[in-house]
Design a protein around this ligand. Structure first.
Ligand SMILES: *Cc1c(COP(=O)(O)O)cnc(C)c1O
Length: 221
């Protein structure tokens, strides 16, 4: 039942924050709605959740028709194709998967507001994963400064599906170290948040410093 899952997840988040000596309010949970029914999402809304995410543009647009409530904060968390930027970019507050410069250019051209973006980093180096390599990030941030409609607020990563707990832990810690380096070397950088952690690994992510956790299946199982 959703309410039971919500209670369990909340306790797990609170415990992970406690273990890591972090404040609960510094971790924003995002409800990933892909594959869920309208009724399930409505239940999450009624329970007070306001941050919702989809990984596909068409799906997100559909969800916004189903849920026109003004107080919902929409996150696009999946890869974006250039030709779809204009359809979606003025309808979301956050984009978590900025993974190439060409997409940044298109966002800047089409956006009518400043889009809060996370740079996707391929920390694991897995060939099938999207994202910049850790080595590229500093340079990319500098290049993105020319875009007035893009604010890079943090870094995002996804652990490989088959990774062990130790590997996941290492990937999350590496992303945090990268963020810490940026904050140190680029004074006034807005790149301070970490979007990492999904249903299977969000407690590890919180312990490693995640500020935005993207949970889907665990709410609904
Ligand atoms: C689907 C998805 C999630 C949520 O995954 P779960 O394992 O269902 O929690 C998080 N982030 C991204 C980018 C996703 O596509």
């Amino acid at each position: 039942m959703i309410i039971t899952n919500v209670t369990t997840i909340e306790q797990t988040i609170a415990q992970a924050c406690h273990d890591a000596a972090r404040r609960r309010e510094d971790v924003q949970e995002i409800v990933v709605t892909k594959k869920r029914t309208q009724g399930e999402i409505q239940e999450m809304y009624d329970l007070g959740f306001r941050h919702f995410a989809e990984n596909r543009v068409d799906k997100l647009l559909m969800r916004q028709q189903e849920f026109p409530q003004e107080d919902i904060v929409w996150h696009l968390i999946g890869p974006l194709q250039s030709r779809k930027v204009k359809d979606i970019i003025n309808k979301v507050e956050y984009f978590h998967a900025l993974d190439r410069l060409s997409i940044a250019k298109e966002i800047n051209k089409r956006a009518e507001h400043c889009v809060k973006c996370f740079l996707e980093v391929n920390i694991s180096g897995e060939v099938t994963k999207h994202g910049f390599s850790a080595d590229e990030v500093g340079d990319v941030l500098t290049q993105l400064q020319q875009y007035e409609h893009i604010e890079v607020i943090g870094l995002m990563t996804m652990a490989p599906f088959e990774a062990t707990k130790e590997e996941i832990d290492s990937y999350f810690s590496q992303l945090k170290a990268l963020r810490d380096n940026i904050m140190k070397s680029q004074a006034n950088s807005s790149c301070k948040y970490l979007s990492m952690g999904m249903s299977n690994d969000y407690p590890l992510a919180i312990k490693a410093g995640a500020t935005h956790i993207r949970i889907g299946t665990a709410w609904f199982k």
